[in-house]
Design a protein around this ligand. Sequence first.
Ligand code: BJW
Length: 235
Amino acid sequence: MPTTPRTGPIVILTGAGISKESGLDTFRDVGGIWSRVNLEDVATPEGFRRDPALVQRFYNDRRRGLLTADVQPNAAHEALARLEAEWDDEVFLVTQNIDDLHERAGSRTLLHMHGELLKVRCEGCDCVVEWRADLGPEHTCDDCGRPGGLRPHVVWFGEIPLGMEAIADALDRCALFMSIGTSGTVYPAAGFVAEVERFGRAHTVELNMEASHGASMFRESVLGPATQVVPAYVD
Ligand code: BJW
C-alpha cells in the first residue's frame, strides 16, 4: 500500500466479490445470483408487493446459507479488520454486502449501504430488528403489531441506499479510496470513484478479479482474488 498521509480517512467500498471465497455467490458473474433468479422479482419493492412469499424465500435461503458453518470471513475480510485496527478511526468501510462477514472478521466502523440480511424491518413503524430465522407472513412486528408487515432489511432497486450523507462526507474528505470486489454496475456505489476523483486529492485503487465497469476511473488497479490481493495490498 502506498504510504498515505493522514490527511483524511481511508474509504473502502466492498462488494460481493470479497465474500465469494467465503462461499457466497456474487450477482453478475457466470453462475451468479442473477443468472438463477430474476432481479425484478426479488430485488424491487414491486416484486415484493407482487409475490412476498417468493421474495421471503429468496432471502430465507440466503440467510440460512450465511449461517452455515462453512461460511466464514476470509483473508480479505480479516486484512481489512487489521487495517482498521492499525489506522484506528481513519478507516471507513462501506459495504454493499448484506452478509455479516466484515463484522465477524472484526471490522467496526462499517456501514451496510444495501442493508443487512440478519435484520428485518417493519413496513408499518420502520423499526429494525435482528433476525436469524426464516421470515414469513405469520410474523408480526412486536412494536406496532402490523400483521405481515416485516420485510428483509435490504435496499432494493429504486430504494435509497442507507447512510448516503455519511458516505458523501467521507468521500469528499478521503485520502485513499479502495474499491474491492464490485462490478461497478450499481449506482450510487458505482459513482463513488468519480465523486472522489472530482476533488482529485485522493489515491483511488480498485482490487477486483477483473476490471470493473468503472476501471478506467481508478488511478491504480490490482487484479486477482480478494484473498490474495487484499492482504498483499494492505499489510
Ligand atoms: C471477485 C471475486 C474474488 C468475483 N475476488 N473479486 C440507469 C442509470 C444509472 C442508475 C440507474 C439507472 N436505472 C436505475 C438506476 C439506479 C439503480 C441502478 O444502479 N441500476 C443499475 C443496474 C443501472 N440503483 C438503485 O436503484 C439504488 N438506489 C438508488 O439509486 O436510489 C437513488 C438515490 C441514490 C442516492 C441518493 C439518493 C437517491 C439501489 C440499489 C440497490 C441494489 N440492491 C442489490 C440487492 C439487494 C441486496 C441483496 O439482495 O444482496 O444489492 S442489487 C445487488 O447488486 C446487491 C449488490 O450489493 C449490488 C452490487 O453488486 P456487486 O457487489 O458489485 O456484485 P457483482 O456480482 O455485480 O460483482 C462482483 C464483482 O466481484 C465482479 O466484478 C467480479 O469480477 C468480482 N469477483 N470473485 C475479487 N474472488
